[in-house]
Design a protein around this ligand. Structure first.
Ligand SMILES: Cc1ncc(COP(=O)(O)O)c(C=O)c1O
Length: 405
């Protein structure tokens, strides 16, 4: 069981915002790091910093071993081999990497499908790549609660589908197992954007049997600037390179070069060595706490947050009404109040939430709203944090007077 003492692992949570205690509920934007992760970053820069795969001196050897060990830890955490775990800066880089490499291998005129409620980073790269490569671009519709039309997907022709595992706007957990099953029947490839899922759902990419799965380290208690992209071995072997240069070659000639055909083939230039080491230590931390425990704990707090917000008159919640199909976050509006005004009043109470369109403008347009407020959870949030949020929302209602209190 996760107890409140876990908050002590995260130095930033003891911060004050003005005179108020920080209540951090913006975890879908980024999670906070425990001290062990910060320490591992400091240790690397203090004691081991050197470039990798390039020197034979002791520091370079140490740094290389630590870097490759971190790839092993990260790959094993998700049930795959290190040669299938490509390092990227973040989820956005992962979708761009696949869009501008793998999509080249599809036949002209093939169809790429996404859903109507993707984060812009799981939309724009496919939009642009499809245009450049003369591929068709199709979107699978969702209803007003963000539930995917699986029949549409089943009855459509496509060669590649990119879909979020958990929506960063609506919090819906998508039926990725079903989507993978449908895609396999069509011999289509599946890319899953796991930015919101990795810290909330126990995952084994091999068992899931998707072709690509992407995530950002900063959304699973790791540092900024490092993330992962799982690519199935057989695909990686025939995928064209993305960034090119040092560190990803087999041989180089003036007119022609050959490249590594595994995860290191996507390591052009000096990698984020400290970042990958700190990400591995974040995953070790998650393993120690237990991802199943985290999922259970977060879902209990989420249910409480959803139900508490529902009870506040004037609050409109977006996403599925089936709370068992939701994870980690609730987006909502207070009638007559702009989400930025609400977030600003809450900030005065020490509460950090997100407001705006959360990089999901098309779905906001579909719901006919200009913006929304989003409260999102992590393993260190408890019902007490939700109580502070609810008091803050009620206070905002009084101050802003948008709704008849
Ligand atoms: C579902 C989803 N996909 C992609 C991203 C992009 O992540 P990053 O900014 O780390 O690249 C986010 C970030 O919020 C997200 O929630």
């Amino acid at each position: 069981m996760i107890t409140k003492s876990i908050k002590k692992d995260f130095p930033i949570l003891s911060r004050k915002v003005g005179k108020k205690q920080l209540v951090y509920l913006d975890n879908s934007a980024t999670t906070q790091s425990p001290k062990v992760v910060i320490d591992s970053l400091t240790d690397f820069y203090t004691n081991h910093r050197a470039n990798v795969h390039r020197g034979i001196h002791m520091l370079s050897e140490e740094s290389t071993v630590m870097y490759e060990q971190s790839r092993k830890t990260i790959a094993h955490f998700f049930g795959v081999t290190p040669s299938e775990m490509v390092f990227v800066r973040n989820t956005t880089e992962a979708s761009n990497l696949v869009a501008f490499t793998f999509l080249q291998t599809l036949k002209k005129g093939s169809t790429v499908m996404i859903s109507e409620f993707e984060h812009h980073s799981n939309l724009i790269p496919w939009q642009i790549a499809c245009k450049q490569l003369k591929l068709n671009f199709k979107t699978a519709p969702v209803n007003s609660e963000g539930e995917l039309d699986l029949n549409f997907i089943k009855n459509s022709d496509f060669s590649f589908i990119a879909i979020n595992h958990i929506s960063n706007f609506l919090g819906n957990i998508n039926p990725v197992h079903k989507i993978i099953e449908i895609a396999k029947e069509k011999k289509a490839y599946v890319y899953i954007d796991g930015a919101q899922a990795v810290a909330r759902v126990p995952l084994n990419f091999k068992k899931l049997d998707c072709d690509f799965y992407s995530f950002s380290g900063h959304k699973i208690y790791g540092p900024f600037g490092i993330g992962g992209l799982y690519v199935k071995k057989q695909i990686l072997e025939s995928m064209p390179p993305f960034m090119t240069g040092g560190g990803m070659i087999v041989d180089v000639g003036i007119k022609k070069s050959s490249f590594l055909k595994d995860s290191e083939g996507y390591d052009a230039g000096t990698p984020n060595v400290g970042g990958s080491i700190a990400l591995a230590s974040a995953l070790d931390y998650v393993t120690q706490v237990g991802i199943k425990e985290i999922a259970k704990h977060e879902h209990a707090v989420l249910t409480y947050m959803y139900e508490s917000l529902l009870k506040v008159s004037g609050v409109e919640i977006y996403g599925t009404k089936k709370v068992s199909n939701r994870a980690g976050l609730v987006s909502f509006n207070l009638k007559g109040v702009h989400s930025h005004d609400l977030a600003s009043i809450l900030d005065g109470e020490g509460i950090a939430i997100r407001s705006g369109t959360h990089c999901v403008i098309p779905m906001h347009k579909k719901l006919n709203i200009s913006s929304s407020a989003r409260a999102s959870l992590a393993l260190y949030n408890f019902k007490e944090d939700v109580d502070v949020l609810i008091e803050g929302v009620k206070k905002s209602k009084k101050i802003l007077g948008g709704y008849n209190v």
